[in-house]
Design a protein around this ligand. Sequence first.
Ligand code: SF4
Length: 376
Amino acid sequence: MAVPISQMLTVASYVLKQKIKGNKRYPLVLMLEPLFRCNLACAGCGKIQYPAHILKTDLTPEQCFAAVEECGVPMVSIPGGEPLLHPQMPEIVAGLVARKKYVYMCTNALLLKEKLHLFTPSKYLSFSVHVDGQKEHHDFAVCREGGHDQAMEGVREAVKRGFRVTTNTTLFDGADPNSVRAHFDELTRAGVESMMVSPGYTYDKAPDQSHFLGKAKSRRMFRAILSNRKKEWQFNSHPLFLEFLMGQINFECTPWGMPTYNIFGWQKPCYLLQDGYADSFKELIEATEWANYGAKSGNPRCANCMVHSGHEASAVNYGFGSLRGFIRTAKAYMNALYSDAGAQKLLDEWQPEHRGPLVQIATTPAAQTGELVSGD
Ligand code: SF4
């Protein structure tokens, strides 16, 4: 089972309540960023390029709880930065679990093994480990040799100690679908509960701007990866979001579905863009010019975006929004393997691309080890 039944029921009843209330813009998952510090400097991210005084700043547990209660979501994703560098992360997670929120704590797992004893296994807590592919691909994506082996060691240890463990794989131009499928096999063998996959986004701050995927290329690549699935693979994405990635259905983005709260406030309009901040969730919903975002808006920054933080909530909303959406979702669950001879041919003929050199962010040694808080 990709997601526990209790979580599915909680989310379903929450969405139905929003529908009954007639709430058109409701949040589903809070993207809670309690810090931007990281012990990696990935070429596709760049958040570590904030100035030192920003990197030193953390949200307090009370600020985190207030944000969660203010927007009322059933699920919280904690990205960053690297959340395990936050000195009060165990307290934040425990407080969210006590509030019966389903928490996905994102981590590159470099510190997971040594910090596991600070957390307690719970159906409400899942470690969402960032692993971008097989060894060579992951180490390239995170610009760190040995990063893959360390992450997988963390995954195996967390599974062994009874934690829910999911994974998060971000793909860029040049990804090899055959290797990604072998990566899914590897994660499944390691005992992860389920996997998530999403294309990368062209962050302004990302130092490598040449490896982001356009929509047509993304769809072709995801069709090759996600068709002809193995029955043992489990995904923790809505099946219609995966169909969206494969080019079988189209969704407009619903950026309010996964709002972002960080040290600056409520980020407008989404996890990826920073067009200002609101002081409250209410202000975020009421004062953001939503018509300026999404593929249909013509906003060039949205033209190639297919990320899960903008579109998975659209898939969930569609599934609950009409009989047609409900039937399509039910069919997606039944057609779980997505047999497709054309996609198999694509896979068989796929030529892996030659990689260019690593693009590294220039950071201080302290930034790379996450010790900025007491150093610079
Ligand atoms: S399309 Fe992407 S970048 Fe644009 S608002 Fe939606 S999530 Fe943000």
